[in-house]
Design a protein around this ligand. Structure first.
Ligand SMILES: Nc1ncnc2c1ncn2[C@@H]1O[C@H](COP(=O)(O)OP(=O)(O)OP(=O)(O)O)[C@@H](O)[C@H]1O
Ligand SMILES: [Mg+2]
Length: 459
């Protein structure tokens, strides 16, 4: 870890000085404070990797400070400094989550070694986290706007069932995040989550990818291959970009969904599987059906529970929270101090139309965290196209502005969705009352909700 940062909490100026000096000589960045209160205050403003915390402090003592530190969203590693006779307390501190303790008078070697171990442990934790994210993707769904709240409610309702889910949403809106959340919150969570990107696999390989093949069944089939359906047995299969499957593959997938069985390429035997299928698309599959590109019967099989992940411009009020979340994530990943976005910078982010949705925002925040020196990200640090393309109309909390939409269809759907969600919320999810408030027949509202991917629910 390049230049780990250390906060010393001790009310003896002698300790602050000598310990600080030794650690600085080793290349650490060091600051000191003289009380638990000052420590917590400092940690709220800046991130430190390691805290060296004296047990006897004026004001709140070391143990209480430790408990408060551990309750922070991203606590540093804490090493307790114990005076004579306070070893028992130090042991108690390790039970409360302290990493280790060192004794006064401080032995140089032991102190440096303990700090080194603490930094090492932190580095491992970051590495694990990166690995975890590389394998599973980051998992938190951020956003408290009306459409995101609705999405979360829908997740809670749909996840525990075995119902097939079709997730609609533009590129970069978080469809995969939702698919993983559905799996994680389901009884299948302990079983595999297997992903297939139907757009990325060449047509001639997709069948063997999905269903597997036996050795020698075609040129290049040098060994038996287990298909994705079989890999996902007991778990969830995520068919990403399902709108890009050929008609031929569609009919094969349809059969698996109907019979829960399939034949590997070149095999004479059927295999049966228990797989929950979640699919995602950024196409309007209804249009693709009309054009003859997508099978209607497959559509109905996949679309038992429709989910709609809104475009970012449909919920600009979540942009500040998303920005802060990504800024913290990347600061941690790159071992930087967290950076604050100014109000004015956030405002500009909220006005931009984000054609690449959350992914585009995330990439921008990553770049800014790396490139901007200092702790503040201001309007002037943001790329020029944000200023140029900001429509200035997407005011938080307002209904969706017409400005950012490319097609009338999208604008209308987004507007209708937002309106219906808001009215549903006002009426505690009661569809009849919502229909009345909107001046619609109840059955008409139901149909609309179904096409817009809003599921009826209470509360
Ligand atoms: N609400 C959210 N909270 C936190 N992170 C999010 C959110 N929405 C999207 N992300 C992040 O944005 C990135 C893009 O999301 P994801 O890959 O799920 O989008 P997608 O809809 O599958 O995109 P594509 O259609 O391009 O495959 C991911 O890194 C994801 O973790
Ligand atoms: Mg995706």
């Amino acid at each position: 870890m390049p230049c780990a940062s250390i906060l010393i909490v001790d009310d003896e100026p002698g300790i602050q000085e000598s310990l600080g000096g030794v650690l600085r000589d080793e290349g650490y960045r060091v600051e000191s404070v003289d009380s638990g209160e000052a420590c917590l205050e400092r940690l709220r403003k800046a991130a430190f990797d390691v805290v060296l915390l004296d047990i006897w402090l004026p004001g709140i003592d070391g143990l209480e400070t430790l408990e408060k530190i551990r309750a922070l969203p991203t606590p540093p590693v804490v090493i307790m400094i114990s005076g004579h006779g306070s070893i028992e307390t130090a042991v108690r501190a390790t039970k409360l989550g302290a990493f280790d303790f060192i004794e006064k008078p401080l032995a140089l070697e032991k102190t440096l070694l303990t700090v080194k171990h603490a930094v090492e442990q932190l580095r491992l934790a970051v590495q694990n986290r990166l690995l975890e994210e590389a394998v599973h993707g980051p998992s938190r769904i951020i956003g408290d706007s009306v459409p995101m709240k609705a999405l979360r409610q829908q997740l809670a309702l749909a996840a525990p069932t075995h119902g097939r889910v079709l997730i609609y949403g533009e590129s970069g809106t978080g469809k995969e995040l939702v698919a993983r959340a559905l799996h994680r919150m389901s009884p299948r969570a302990g079983q595999p989550f297997v992903e297939v990107n139907c757009a990325a696999i060449p047509e001639e390989l997709i069948e063997s990818e999905l269903f597997g093949h036996v050795k020698g069944s075609f040129t290049g089939a040098v060994a038996d291959k287990v298909g994705k359906f079989e890999q996902a047995d007991g778990g969830t299969l995520f068919l990403d970009e399902v709108g890009d499957m050929s008609l031929r593959t569609q009919s094969k997938v349809l059969r698996v969904l109907e019979e829960q069985r399939f034949t590997p390429v070149g095999s004479g035997h059927d295999l049966s599987v228990d797989v929950r299928v979640i699919s995602a698309t950024n196409k309007h599959l209804e249009d693709e059906i009309l054009k003859g590109n997508f099978r209607e019967d497959l559509f109905y099989r996949l679309n038992v529970i429709p989910f709609y992940v809104p475009a970012l411009r449909e919920h600009p009020e979540d942009i500040p929270a998303l920005t802060r979340y990504f800024a913290e994530e990347f600061a941690r990943i790159y071992g930087r101090r967290p950076k604050q976005f100014t109000e004015s910078a956030l405002e500009l982010l909220m006005q931009y139309r984000w054609p690449g949705n959350v992914r585009e925002l995330k990439n921008l925040v990553e770049r800014l965290v790396i490139m901007v020196p200092g702790d503040r990200i201001e309007r002037r640090h943001l790329p020029a196209h944000l200023l140029r393309d900001g429509t200035g109309t997407a005011v938080p909390g307002s209904a969706v502005s017409a400005g950012p939409f490319t097609s009338l269809y999208d604008a209308r759907s987004a507007y209708e969705r937002n309106l219906i969600l808001r009215k549903l919320e006002e009426n505690q999810g009661n569809v009849s009352r919502t229909a009345e408030a909107l001046g619609l027949e109840r059955s008409h509202l139901y149909r609309k909700m179904k096409t817009l991917g809003i599921s009826p629910q209470n509360g």
